[in-house]
Design a protein around this ligand. Structure first.
Ligand code: 5CA
Length: 441
């Protein structure tokens, strides 16, 4: 993409309510625009990141055997009355009346609807286990929408739902998602720690939040320091016993403030006791028959008896992750995108637009990187160098290739790695190879 043709509306000032780095940088870097409180348009740069995160989530769900589908945003109130959640959900639910005076709502989550879908089509235990998911916009009329996309009213969520015959099978499904979550966040360059959590309006008795540590996080967390540094499971065979992998993590103390048990925490050696703040990027629940009972979602078991389906649900805050990643990865000059979610792989800075040699060198690099699948952003605008440098730092692309007449005379260009600030003088070919190699690793 050539910057001169792109839509990248940067801004110098941010509103006073943008108090944290991710909120400020997303506005300044032209990633989004607020339309109403907690409701945002995703501008091209932000949209690219959102889609990359969504795709990583999708790939890891698929790898774990979950099956993608899509449910609507607008739901009928009837299903929610069946489960008793219509009244229980309170003012967070956006209620809508259609032209026929029918009560509708903008879905804050989908347990009720997916249970209805499942009971409509599933009769036999032979069709279990199943995990279905979708990636869809949700609406929650939060009392205090804040921190930009981190606590929005309209937000993008991946929500998965598991269906099993027995509690033991259901726990295996829970473990699959648990492992898939660790790998998902790891691929985005995040260290997400699973913590025992409260189940809130979703219900159930087993629940973990996945928290990334950040000073500006809304949750207070307590955990064993080793948990933060534990490597992600990586490629695991999802048919094998996942319990051991999960046990490894759950054996170490980790809890959000609601579930914190100071006595248990005290058992941890002093130098391993970590108290911090964090951002909840995922939340998984096992709730058994909480929805299948009121909705009469049953299957015929092997012995011919009808059995209520055992269910769990598994959420990831896809749009919240955009902000979460920035909180975890930025400096005073702007965003530092991890390679896997960067909106463009590299930026090319032309320091003298109109100079024939410089233009030609930039064009060559641009085409070579595009061909290598790096998706470069070419700053071909005629601003001053300083403007270009700070703009490129702000939007945080992993690599910058800086091209000017002086460097070219000495046979090369400068390559800057955004995360370390390291600069290297390389020939044009070396620069192209260097950047291409970084994305192979
Ligand atoms: N039905 C369950 C799991 S599918 C559920 O709704 N869980 S949740 O309430 O914990 O939400 C799942 C994830 O969505 C959260 O972990 C969080 O990352 C994200 N999320 C929740 N509320 C918001 C919000 N107001 N703005 C942005 N992201 C949110």
């Amino acid at each position: 993409m050539r910057l001169s043709r792109y839509f990248l509306p940067l801004s110098k000032e941010t509103p006073a309510d943008a108090t944290i780095a991710s909120h400020q940088y997303m506005l300044r870097a032209g990633m989004m625009k607020q339309n109403s409180a907690g409701i945002y348009s995703w501008l091209p740069l932000g949209h690219k990141v959102l889609k990359k995160i969504e795709q990583i989530v999708r790939e890891e769900q698929n790898r774990a055997g979950a099956i993608e589908m899509l449910m609507p945003t607008i739901q009928s109130a009837d299903l929610w009355k069946e489960t008793g959640r219509y009244d229980a959900y309170g003012p967070e639910m956006l209620r809508i009346v259609d032209r026929h005076e029918r009560e509708m709502l903008y879905g804050p989550t989908n347990e009720d609807m997916i249970t209805d879908i499942f009971r409509t089509f599933t009769r036999s235990y032979k069709e279990l286990p199943k995990i279905l998911y979708h990636i869809q916009w949700k609406f929650r009329d939060e009392r205090r929408p804040r921190f930009g996309v981190m606590r929005g009213r309209e937000f993008l969520m991946k929500d998965a739902y598991s269906f099993d015959l027995t509690e033991e099978d259901a726990r295996a499904s829970y473990n699959k998602m648990f492992i898939a979550y660790l790998n998902t966040f790891n691929r985005m360059g995040l260290k997400a720690v699973p913590m025992r959590a409260d189940t809130g309006p979703i219900g159930g008795d087993l629940s973990h939040e996945f928290i990334i540590l950040a000073e500006t996080g809304e949750s207070e967390v307590f955990c064993h320091a080793d948990l933060v540094n534990m490597a992600a499971p990586g490629a695991v065979d999802f048919e094998s016993d996942l319990q051991a992998l999960v046990d490894q993590r759950t054996a170490l103390y980790a809890a959000t403030d609601e579930m914190h048990n100071p006595e248990e925490f005290e058992q941890i050696p002093d130098d391993k006791r970590l108290t911090a703040r964090g951002i909840e990027v995922g939340h998984i629940f096992y709730f058994g028959e909480k929805y299948s009972q009121p909705m009469k979602a049953k299957v015929m078991g092997p012995d011919g008896q009808e059995i209520f389906i055992k269910m769990g649900s598994y959420g990831i805050g896809v749009s919240r992750l955009v902000g979460g990643i920035i909180e975890a990865s930025h400096d005073e000059n702007g965003i530092i995108w991890p390679k896997a979610v960067a909106p463009f792989g590299a930026g090319i800075i032309n320091l003298k637009v109109g100079d024939e040699d410089t233009d030609t060198a930039c064009e060559n690099i641009y085409h070579a990187l595009a061909l290598a699948g790096i998706d470069p952003l070419y700053d071909d605008r005629s601003d001053r160098g300083g403007v270009k440098f700070s703009r490129m730092d702000l939007i945080g692309l992993p690599y910058q290739i800086i091209v000017g007449p002086r460097g070219l005379k000495e046979g090369g260009v400068e390559v800057k790695t955004r995360s370390t600030g390291e600069r290297e003088n390389l020939s044009i070919d070396e620069a192209i190879n260097f950047v291409t190699e970084q994305f192979k690793a």
